[in-house]
Ligand binder design. Structure first.
Ligand code: GLA
Length: 696
C-alpha cells in the first residue's frame, strides 16, 4: 500500500477535525473560506457522524456528506474520511444491549456519551462493517478522498460474555492446551489450576489480587481484538480502492489497551493524537517524546517504514490540573513544528470549529466561539504559511545515535497489583530517560524490542520489565556487535508471561551487566537516597553485588551505604551500565551525557544554548537543522546556511527570537551523527570532566 497520494506534491499536510454535521450550510461555506485563508489542505470529517449517516437501521442519509466532500474538493482541500464507528447511534445500543460494554465489576454501561460498544460483540462488528461498506461504496473514488480514518482512538474495554468466548478462543490459539496456559499463568499459586477451558474467563472483579499472567494476556488479547475490528474495516476500504491509504488515530496514555508497535504493521501511516498534560517545559519534553515514539512505530510499520502524521493536537490550550491553560503566543507553532522536525508529515488540529454544545464545547479550536478574528486563528494562519514554506524540505532521516527501548506489555505488567511498589511505570521511565537526553541536546530514537539497531551506538532499557528469550537475544546481539547498553532497575526481571526469571535480578541481563541484585529496597514517594555522584535516587534502590562490573556511583547512608548504585562493565568493545535507582533529573542528564559521550554520541548541536532544542534531518548530503527557542529571551546559535522560514541567508550566527523557531538549510552538512560524535568524543576525552564520580 502506498501513501504517496498524500504527499506526492512534497507539501506538509495541514488541517484538523471538521464537524460540518454540527452546523448549517452557511457555516460550512464560511469554514471552507477560512480554511483556505489559513492554508488548510486536509480535514478529517465524519468521525462521530454515525447517527446522521444512518438515522435508522439500514436507512442511510449521505447527501449532506456528498455536499461536504464536493465543497472541499472545489476548494482544493482533501478529506481524511472517517468511519464513524466510535460512536454508535442510540438506536443501535437500544436494539443490541448485548453490544454495550461491561466493566470488570459487571456494570453494563449505557449510551449517552461515545465509545459505548463492545468490540467483540457480533452485532457491533456487523453494524460497523455495514456502515464502513456503505461509505466505501459511495466515496472510495471521490476526488476529495485522501485518506481513510478508521474509527477514532480505539480504546474501549469490555468484560462481557462475548469477550469471554473470544478470550478463550485467543488463549486456545496462543497456548494450544490448558497445561501450557496453567504453566504460563503459574496457576499452581493459590490453587487456580484450570481443568476445562470453560473455567477460563476475563479478569473480572475478584476478592483479592488477580493473576498477573491472566491480566497480561487479557491486555494483549484486547489489543488484538481491537486491532481485528480495525483490520476488518481496513480490508473492505482497501478493496474498494487500493490507492487510498488507511489508518486509525492512536490515543496515547496509560488507559489505552493497545500495543501501538504491533498495530503499526497494519496501518498505511501512523497517526497520533497528542495533548501534553504539563504546562511547564514538560509540554515540550512530552512533544518531543511523542514525536519520537510515533517515528519509532512508523519506522517498522508493515515491515518497512511508513509515514507518520500528527493527527490531532490542541491549537491554543493545554488541559492540565483540572483547568485549561492558554498556550502562550508562539507555543502552538513550536509544538507543531517540533512534530514536523521529528518526522510528522504535517500538522492537524482537534478541532477546526468549536461546537456550540456537547461535552467538548470548550475544547480548543482554530475557529473559537469568538470567531476567526482571534489570536489563535492568526497564529494558525501563520503556521499554515510556514508549513507552505517548508514544502519539499521536510525530508530525510532524523539523526539519532541513541535508542530507547519501549514495550507496551512491560508497561501493563508493571501496573499489576502485588508488585514490590505501587506506581511502577515503564512509560514514565522511558519518558525520564528521554527527558534526560532531551535536556542534554541528544536526539534519541524510540525502538521496540526486536527492531533493527543500525547506527545506534547506545541502547537504553528503562524498567523494561519483561524479557522474552528473543528480547534477550536482541540485546545480546547489540552488545556483542560493540553497541553500548544502559539498563535500569526492574528491566529483565520477568519473562514474557510475567514469570520472574530466577537466580537474582535482573535475571535476563545479569551476565551482560556483571551484577547480581539480591534484594529490592523500594523507596516511599517522599524518600530520597543520596548518591556519591552528588545527586539523589528516588522511587527505587537495591542491593547490587558486583560479579564483574565496576562501581561508578554508590549509595550514601541507610542500609545500602557504600554499595553500588550505578555500575559499568566491559563486554568486548562495549560498556554495559546498570542503574539501580532513578537519579534526579539533573543527575540523570549528567549520567546519560557521560554514557552517550563514551559511546561516541554527542548533542545534535553542541553550541546550542540551554533552552534551545535542535533536531537534524539528513537526506544524502542535505541537512536541515530545526532550532526551537523555548526561552523568553533571544538566543544565538552559531550557524551557516539559509533559513527557510524567513528565506534569509545566515552567516556565522543565527539569532532566534524569544519562543521562536528556525529551519536552517546548512551550508556545510555535518558528518553523520555517530561519526561526528565519535570524533568530538575523541577530542573531548581528555578535556571533559567525568560527570559520574567513580568510587574506588
Ligand atoms: C481525542 C479525541 C477527540 C477529542 C480530543 C479531546 O483525541 O479523538 O475526539 O475528544 O481527544 O482532547
Amino acid at each position: 500500500m502506498t501513501t504517496k497520494g498524500l504527499w506526492t506534491d512534497g507539501r506538509l499536510r495541514y488541517g484538523g477535525d471538521w464537524n460540518p454535521e454540527q452546523w448549517p450550510q452557511a457555516v460550512w461555506r464560511e469554514d471552507v473560506a477560512l480554511m483556505r485563508a489559513a492554508g488548510v489542505d486536509l480535514v478529517t470529517v465524519g468521525v462521530f457522524a454515525w447517527s446522521r449517516l444512518e438515522p435508522a437501521p439500514g436507512r442511510y442519509s449521505l447527501d449532506w456528506l456528498d455536499r461536504v466532500l464536493d465543497l472541499l474538493h472545489d476548494a482544493g482541500i482533501r478529506a481524511a474520511l472517517a468511519t464513524p464507528t466510535a460512536s454508535p447511534p442510540p438506536w443501535f445500543s437500544l436494539a443490541h444491549p448485548d453490544a454495550l460494554p461491561v466493566t470488570a465489576d459487571g456494570v453494563r454501561l449505557h449510551h449517552g456519551s461515545r465509545d459505548t460498544y463492545c468490540a467483540a460483540a457480533p452485532a457491533y462488528r456487523t453494524a460497523a462493517r455495514s456502515i464502513a461498506e456503505v461509505l466505501a461504496a459511495r466515496y472510495a473514488h471521490h476526488p476529495a478522498l485522501a485518506l481513510w480514518h478508521v474509527h477514532n482512538e480505539y480504546g474501549t474495554t469490555c468484560h462481557c460474555a462475548h469477550v469471554e468466548t473470544a478470550f478463550r478462543r485467543w488463549l486456545t490459539d496462543r497456548y494450544g492446551d490448558l497445561d501450557a496456559l496453567n504453566d504460563a499463568w503459574v496457576t499452581s499459586f493459590w490453587g487456580q489450576h484450570y481443568t476445562d477451558w470453560a473455567q477460563v474467563a476475563p479478569p473480572r472483579a475478584t476478592q483479592y489480587l488477580g493473576n498477573p499472567g491472566q491480566l497480561l494476556d487479557f491486555r494483549r488479547f484486547w489489543s488484538d481484538t481491537l486491532l481485528s475490528a480495525y483490520t476488518a474495516q481496513r480490508d473492505l476500504l482497501r478493496a474498494a480502492n487500493p490507492a487510498v491509504p488507511v489508518t486509525t488515530n492512536y490515543a496515547l496514555g496509560d488507559w489505552v489497551p493497545v500495543d501501538h508497535a504491533r498495530w503499526a504493521r497494519e496501518v498505511d501511516l501512523v497517526a497520533v493524537d497528542h495533548y501534553p498534560s504539563r504546562t511547564d517545559r514538560g509540554a515540550e519534553e512530552q512533544t518531543a517524546l511523542t514525536a519520537d515514539l510515533a517515528r519509532g512505530w512508523a519506522r517498522h510499520g508493515a515491515g518497512r517504514p511508513v509515514p507518520w502524521l500528527l493527527m490531532e493536537s490542541a491549537p491554543n490550550q493545554i488541559h492540565a490540573g483540572g483547568r485549561m491553560h492558554t498556550k502562550e503566543p508562539g507555543r502552538m507553532i513550536r509544538h507543531s513544528l517540533a512534530h514536523v522536525a521529528r518526522g510528522s508529515g504535517g500538522v492537524l488540529f482537534f478541532q477546526w470549529r468549536a461546537p456550540a454544545g456537547g461535552a467538548e464545547r470548550f475544547h480548543s479550536a482554530v475557529v473559537s466561539h469568538a470567531g476567526a478574528d482571534t489570536r489563535v486563528f492568526r497564529e494558525a494562519t501563520r503556521l499554515g504559511a510556514m508549513l507552505g514554506r517548508l514544502a519539499g524540505t521536510a525530508c530525510g532521516a532524523v539523526q539519532a545515535g541513541v535508542a530507547i527501548a519501549h514495550d507496551a506489555a512491560s508497561g501493563w505488567a508493571l501496573r499489576h497489583p502485588g508488585m514490590p511498589r505501587d506506581g511502577l511505570d515503564h512509560p514514565g521511565e522511558v519518558a525520564a530517560a528521554h527527558r534526560a537526553l532531551w535536556h542534554a541536546g541528544i536526539t534519541a530514537d524510540l525502538v521496540t524490542p526486536g527492531d533493527p539497531l543500525d547506527g545506534h551506538r547506545l541502547l537504553l532499557l528503562p524498567a523494561l520489565y519483561l524479557a522474552s528469550d528473543a528480547t534477550v537475544d536482541w540485546v545480546r546481539r547489540h552488545v556483542h556487535a560493540g553497541g553500548h547498553l544502559l539498563v535500569t532497575w526492574l528491566s529483565g526481571v520477568a519473562d514474557e508471561h510475567a514469570r520472574v526469571r530466577p537466580g537474582g535480578y535482573p535475571g535476563a541481563y545479569r551476565d551482560l551487566l556483571g551484577v547480581r541484585v539480591e534484594e529490592f529496597h523500594p523507596l516511599a514517594d517522599d524518600e530520597r537516597v543520596p548518591l556519591t555522584s552528588g545527586g539523589i535516587g528516588r522511587i527505587w534502590s537495591e542491593t547490587v553485588h558486583l560479579t564483574g562490573a565496576e562501581p561508578v556511583t554508590a549509595y550514601i547512608g541507610g542500609v545500602l551505604d557504600g554499595r553500588p548504585a550505578v555500575t559499568r562493565h566491559r563486554v568486548g568493545d562495549a560498556h554495559t551500565w546498570y542503574v539501580s535507582t532513578r537519579p534526579d533529573d539533573d543527575t540523570y542528564r549528567r549520567l546519560l551525557t557521560d554514557v552517550a559521550h563514551r559511546a561516541g554520541v554527542g548533542p545534535t548541536c553542541p553550541e546550542a544554548p540551554p533552552g534551545v532544542e535542535a533536531v537534524r534531518r539528513r537526506a544524502g548530503d542535505h541537512t536541515r537543522l530545526y532550532l526551537f527557542n523555548h526561552t523568553d529571551r533571544p538566543q544565538r546559535v552559531p550557524a551557516d546556511g539559509h533559513e527557510l522560514l524567513t528565506d534569509e541567508p545566515v552567516a556565522e550566527v543565527l539569532t532566534l527570537a524569544p519562543g521562536g523557531v528556525a529551519v536552517l538549510r546548512e551550508r556545510v552538512p555535518p558528518q553523520g551523527v555517530a561519526t561526528a560524535a565519535r570524533e568530538r568524543s575523541a577530542a573531548m576525552r581528555t578535556a571533559s570532566p567525568a560527570s559520574t564520580v567513580p568510587i574506588t
